[in-house]
Design a protein around this ligand. Structure first.
Ligand SMILES: CC(C)(COP(=O)(O)OP(=O)(O)OC[C@H]1O[C@@H](n2cnc3c(N)ncnc32)[C@H](O)[C@@H]1OP(=O)(O)O)[C@@H](O)C(=O)NCCC(=O)NCCS
Length: 178
């Protein structure tokens, strides 16, 4: 198995259906509002980097989307890594696929000197061994209806990628959670 990566608008055509079917498999019972658009049809406003795990036959068995966004803390802007669309094919669960994809995304963020990664987990325990802790901060963000809200987001987690410590106080995502 290997990980391949490409920008969201340069998905290899032969992987398009595979990524969509994986997404349907992983998020099949989740409402559209919770899961957002298909990862192959991202909002045009925000770019992200795809990381996919493929097996020996070239079939996609895992997917992750890595976003880099300028966010704010106490009016100071900083670059935040954000991870979304984590999904593992049912046949390949609990074999370290998601963990390997998260590790690859962390390297991608670290190459850009990004200090923190954030994700919004349905299953927080999955990310503990990758270094994630629960976010206690209030978060300002745009919800699915386009309205700004400030609250603690259930399942939100951070990971310190370098020496910097995760700050206390409100974090402004300057956009939606991913
Ligand atoms: C959640 C999901 C991505 C995990 O993928 P995975 O490839 O099976 O995860 P990994 O094998 O890399 O496991 C990583 C760690 O989480 C643990 N883990 C995996 N699934 C778990 C679960 N359902 N509950 C608790 N822990 C779990 C593993 O034991 C492992 O722990 P370790 O590192 O301490 O050994 C996968 O189950 C999935 O696609 N679920 C449906 C979609 C979804 O919920 N996506 C996440 C959105 S945040």
């Amino acid at each position: 198995m290997k990980i391949i990566t490409f920008p969201h608008d340069q998905i290899p055509p032969e992987l398009l259906d595979d990524i969509d079917s994986l997404y349907a498999e992983a998020y099949g019972n989740v409402s559209d509002e919770q899961r957002g658009d298909s990862p192959t049809e991202p909002p045009l406003s925000e770019a992200f980097q795809h990381f996919v795990m493929v097996d020996e036959k070239g079939t996609v068995v895992g997917n992750l989307a890595a976003y880099v966004r300028a966010v704010k803390h106490k009016d100071q802007e900083f670059q935040l890594g954000m991870i979304g669309d984590v999904a593992t094919r049912t046949t390949h669960k609990k074999q370290g696929v998601a963990k390997s994809l998260v590790k690859a995304a962390h390297m991608y963020f670290a190459e850009q000197s990004i200090e923190f990664s954030v994700l919004f987990a349905y299953d927080p325990p999955v990310y503990k061994s990758s270094g994630y802790k629960m976010i206690e901060n209030e978060i300002r963000f745009v919800d699915g209806r386009g309205e700004w809200r400030t609250l603690r987001i259930k399942g939100s987690m951070f990971c310190e990628l370098g020496q910097a410590k995760w700050p206390a106080g409100e974090i402004d995502l300057c956009g939606p959670p991913v």
